[in-house]
Design a protein around this ligand. Structure first.
Ligand SMILES: Nc1ncnc2c1ncn2[C@@H]1O[C@H](COP(=O)(O)OP(=O)(O)OP(=O)(O)O)[C@@H](O)[C@H]1O
Ligand SMILES: [Mg+2]
Length: 247
């Protein structure tokens, strides 16, 4: 469970996030929608303390993950970043092999002998294994954008985060790859707390348990309840549309 309590994030005198108070339940997907510049990326980056070195950045209030305030002075920021994985809008693979990308974050933590099993596990988790199992030694940059985004997610999962932050992860992908990532995130929900930023209302409502609107650095007073009874139909519809999409 993640709790924001009167959380403020500011660059100098400019408050981007203003006194935000809300909870993200564990093992659920929360979508955040908001206009460009409303503070969505700032909020995600604040959750893994990626703004620590940004000049003039400051926070007030609290962010708690499982009851621990992540801005306490004694927080182990490296451990925090292993626990909170962030996936960006554009796939971010390194100019290394597919195999090396998958194990990139665990190299100092694991014995080399354990790599192959981990690579297979995480690539299966992101539904990429069957597509790449015969070309693991090839450069990751030879993959399609959708495959690269799934590999980026596999690399994040390999580190074992409890929280997954997705910053418009499908905005540079075609409908087929978008549906693959959406399906994947549904499958990860039972083991992770997921915060998904999107500009697409349809997407937010089809994937998320809860949709929040961010406006002027605050959660807008209405939290949009998601109609769950027919939820499978909306998600299935996405997949059906994709099957109709030409290869
Ligand atoms: N490093 C920084 N220094 C100063 N201001 C910043 C910095 N990063 C972001 N901001 C400001 O914070 C505000 C929110 O930016 P943010 O990137 O969080 O918006 P966003 O909601 O993610 O927008 P988009 O939908 O375009 O990605 C903007 O006004 C932006 O200029
Ligand atoms: Mg952003």
């Amino acid at each position: 469970m993640i709790q924001f309590k009167n959380f403020v994030a500011a660059f100098g005198g400019r408050k981007v996030i203003r006194a935000l108070t809300f909870n993200l339940p564990a093992n659920s997907i929360t979508a955040i929608i908001g206009a460009s510049g409303s503070g969505k990326t700032t909020l995600l980056r604040a959750l893994c303390r990626m703004n620590d070195r940004v000049k003039n950045f400051r926070v007030e209030g609290n962010v708690l993950i499982d009851g621990m305030d992540i801005y306490r002075p004694d927080t182990d920021v490296y451990a925090l970043r292993r626990n909170v994985g962030l996936v960006f809008q554009k796939p971010c693979v390194f100019p290394k092999s597919i195999f090396d990308n998958a194990v990139f974050g665990v190299k100092e933590k694991m014995h080399r002998k354990e790599y192959p099993d981990l690579v297979e596990k995480v690539l299966r988790e992101v539904f990429l294994w069957e597509e790449v199992k015969d070309r693991l030694g090839e450069k990751a940059t030879t993959l399609s954008q959708g495959q690269q985004q799934r590999l980026t997610l596999a690399r994040t999962l390999a580190v074992g985060p409890q929280v997954l932050l997705m910053d418009e992860p499908t905005s540079s992908l075609d409908p087929k790859s978008t549906a693959a990532i959406e399906k994947l995130v549904q499958s990860l929900k039972s083991r992770h707390t997921i915060l998904w930023v999107t500009h697409q209302h349809d997407q937010a409502h089809s994937i998320a348990d809860k949709v929040l609107i961010i406006e002027n650095g605050q959660i807008a007073p209405f939290e949009t309840p998601v109609a769950r009874p027919e939820q499978s139909s909306s998600f299935t519809r996405v997949l059906q549309n994709v099957q109709e999409y030409p290869e």
